[in-house]
Design a protein. Sequence first.
Length: 212
Amino acid sequence: MNKQKRIEILTRLRDANPKPTTELNFSSPFELLIAVILSAQATDKGVNKATDKLFPVANTPQAIWDLGLDGLKSYIKTIGLYNSKAENVIKTCRLLLDQHNGEVPESREALEALPGVGRKTANVVLNTAFGWPTIAVDTHIFRVANRTNFAPGKDVVKVEEKLLKVVPAEFKFDVHHWLILHGRYTCIARKPRCGACIIEDLCEYKEKTEYE
């Protein structure tokens, strides 16, 4: 895909959604961090259902630590893999208290040192909480980047590297939100909704559908 076509795709996505953001509910960097940890292999809707009850009760590292493992599990048991996620959240809260004065660090290295936090989670927090022009590649972005030929790559790291290289600076802050939403609602996995897609004429996918 050439540069001109990429810019037109990004321009259309921006025009359709000028101020995109995550669909996870949060009101602080810490709440975002916990929500993203919980969202692995789960839907944002399912995470929000749990955190909408958890955060009014405990939305700081100390408060969640005070809940304890069983107390935390009682709030997030509707989320997949909640046992291991609860353990990671408790350990993360302890580390935040011991090493970062209870604050979420604005550092990739420090974030990735937290239990349950990988590169994708760190990218989401750095972008959405701290305004970094990072690009978190999840399954939706990986699919869209490859299917459209916008930024093809064999794995999520290769796609991230390609996106960082080909996306102009003016689009970098918001691009991962646009691509996630596009993959979640239009360029869906089994049968993409090509007939309802605002970039269909620019997309290089060879098996387009009429599905709307």
